[in-house]
Design a protein around this ligand. Structure first.
Ligand code: NAP
Length: 324
């Protein structure tokens, strides 16, 4: 495994974060019980020390599964990230959002499920237009002081929203978001225009979600629906939007390079992430030990500038997705 520094947090994280959205029983493509445990244990064996979950994933089951496994390891060795914003389970008017009440309640639920005293990276899961940024940041400041969380991060938003959040933190001397979890892969590069230059300038850790295009870049274009998760009945993968942005040709080029190098398409898509100047560590979502091992092996693939350009060339701007 290779390790890198997570932006201004100074924490050392594996160059692959394990995405835990696929753990639980909420959907047919998810992994539960002993199978999920085996996958997390294999990730730790391979040197993964960075785990991303959320209160909302499978109604809290993902956090409970992760906490159950990590509880058997030395907590000091793991960097655990979770998120708050969306409601789940039995909803009520204060179950979602980024108010002080919701954040404090939800953080306690997350800590209980994870069986931990502190979250290393607590992320706002997109924006809450109803709560002033100042209220959210003051709450986070108190939670850091109380030792409940160590650092704060955030997720997909418009560049102007990120700039406003960073400016508010600076103006009021409050903690600032130190990481950005955004939607970014070869077939979706809208954030290169504005958001990523800000993260670079501000020394934020960039941890893309959906680094394999949520499966779009992991297999040939005509076989996208071959898996449970690829079935549009089971998961909304924005394939038509990716295709509008040159995605079909990008998918073919990923396939072509994979054949040339004797590796899998997923490995080429991940090698693109590892070569990318903005990215700290992609958050890989998988339910397969073999796919996890392939992800780690992809760290050894070098893509030349001309191969990176070849993958990038067909891309065309497309509508910005998944902000709210
Ligand atoms: N902040 C946000 O709003 C947000 C949104 C979505 C996700 N996330 C985070 O990002 C993580 C990853 O996102 P994601 O799961 O949507 O996207 P992803 O990692 O791009 O794609 C996962 C899909 O790719 C497949 N895959 C993975 N490795 C493969 C391989 N080697 N060969 C073939 N197929 C492979 C997986 O199937 P298998 O299971 O069969 O391997 C799965 O269907 C999540 O777990 C979550 O932590 C955050």
């Amino acid at each position: 495994m290779e390790y890198t520094t997570l932006g201004s947090t100074g924490m050392s994280v594996s160059k692959i974060a394990l995405g835990c959205m696929s753990f639980g029983t909420g959907e047919p493509w998810m992994l539960d019980g002993d199978d999920a445990r085996e996958l997390i244990e294999r990730a730790i064996d391979l040197g993964v020390n960075f785990f991303d979950t959320a209160n909302v994933y499978s109604n809290g089951e993902s956090e409970a599964i992760l906490g159950d496994v990590l509880g058997e390891y030395d907590r000091d060795e793991q960097v655990v990230a979770t998120k708050v914003r969306f409601s789940y389970g039995d909803s009520h008017p204060n179950a979602d959002g980024l108010s002080r009440k919701t954040i404090e309640q939800e953080l306690q639920h997350s800590l209980d499920r994870l069986g931990m005293e502190t979250i290393d990276l607590y992320q706002t899961h997109r924006v809450d237009p109803e709560t002033p940024i100042e209220t959210t940041l003051r709450t986070m400041d108190d939670l850091i002081s109380r030792g409940k969380i160590r650092h704060i991060g955030t997720s997909s938003m418009w560049a102007h929203q990120l700039a406003e959040r960073l400016r508010t933190a600076e103006r009021l001397d409050l903690p600032r978001f130190e990481t950005m979890q955004n939607h970014y892969h070869p077939a979706y590069r809208e954030d290169e225009r504005d958001l990523l230059p800000i993260t670079e300038r501000e020394n934020m850790g960039v941890i893309p979600w959906g680094p394999l295009g949520q499966g779009f870049l992991a297999r040939p274009f005509d076989r996208l629906e071959a898996t449970e998760r690829g079935d549009p009945e089971n998961y909304h993968n924005p394939t038509p939007e990716y295709v509008e942005g040159g995605g079909k040709e990008i998918n073919e080029r990923v396939q072509e390079l994979a054949e040339e190098k004797g590796v899998t398409m997923a490995q080429i898509a991940l090698a693109w992430q590892f070569e990318n100047e903005y990215v700290t560590a992609p958050i890989v979502g998988t339910t397969s030990i073999q796919h996890l091992e392939e992800a780690v092996e992809a760290l050894e693939i070098d893509l030349t500038d001309s191969e990176m350009n070849y993958l990038d060339a067909p891309y065309e701007p497309q509508p910005v997705m998944a902000i709210d």
